[in-house]
Design a protein around this ligand. Sequence first.
Ligand code: SF4
Length: 318
Amino acid sequence: MLQCRELKVWYPIRQGILNRVRGYVRAVDGVSLRLGEGETLGLVGESGCGKTTLGRTLVGLEKPTAGEVLWQGIPLERLPKTKRAAARRNLQMIFQDPFTSLDPRMSAMELVTEGLQLHGLYLPGESRQEAAARLMQEVGLEPETMFRYPHEFSGGQRQRLSIARALALEPKVIVCDEPVSALDVSVQAQVIRLLAQLQRKRGLSYLFISHDLSVVRLLAQRVAVMYLGRVVEQGDAQEVLREPLHPYAQALVSAIPVPGKSNRAQRILLKGELPSPSQPPPGCPFHTRCPRATPRCARECPPLSPRTPSRSVACWLS
Ligand code: SF4
């Protein structure tokens, strides 16, 4: 349904009086992914690895520097303007912090129906108020609260408002960018349950971005692990989380807490910091922190290659 091929998003670094380009921040550096109908693809990695930029580019909030985004097999840029706009309506996003992503001057009704209002897409005979009530009910909010403003809702309710707002244009794909990481654990579970219910009811596909693999495990059928703008491992979520092959994925999985157990002994601690995406190391981007790095790793970048029919890894040794 949604796909990207060799997608790059590089931001120029400008310096000096002449504002010359001195380099690039390689936020996304050659990513190819596909998201099937009704599927959830978990996108995981440390903060700063390019997950959010990739999500924003897939829904059209950022422009790719190179590569392409395909909707139902056709590159978005090649679609005529009206069809491209229709495809974009199928791609919605919900953000980590609903407090900053919702305009504080707009009421819940205005927020939830803003897209419908802009595109004139109300159901036949439906008023703005009726549309808001329908959408709010669908996400478990009382329609009577539609005249309240974002600050009058709790964090979990605000995230429900964001979900209702994303649902308004009947999308097929929602990019969920850390949708529960700003919420309390008990509220997280409610929002995850709601997302799962909506997926079953509406046949939605999710790109679920998170740094928390225990949350991804609950929703995703497939997972892609990102490091420094690239996907280093992707495949069936249960397989990757049970037996990761890439050393970086192994370190991430070793940090998942196991209820009732201390996993301190098994935890793989990575040395050093995530390198700057403006100066990625040569060769394998992970070699400066990899416990298994060899001299070849510092020279040559491993491609993402299939290891099994359901798994691809970018590592010379895995
Ligand atoms: Fe580590 Fe080398 Fe594999 Fe990169 S290619 S993950 S540095 S072993």
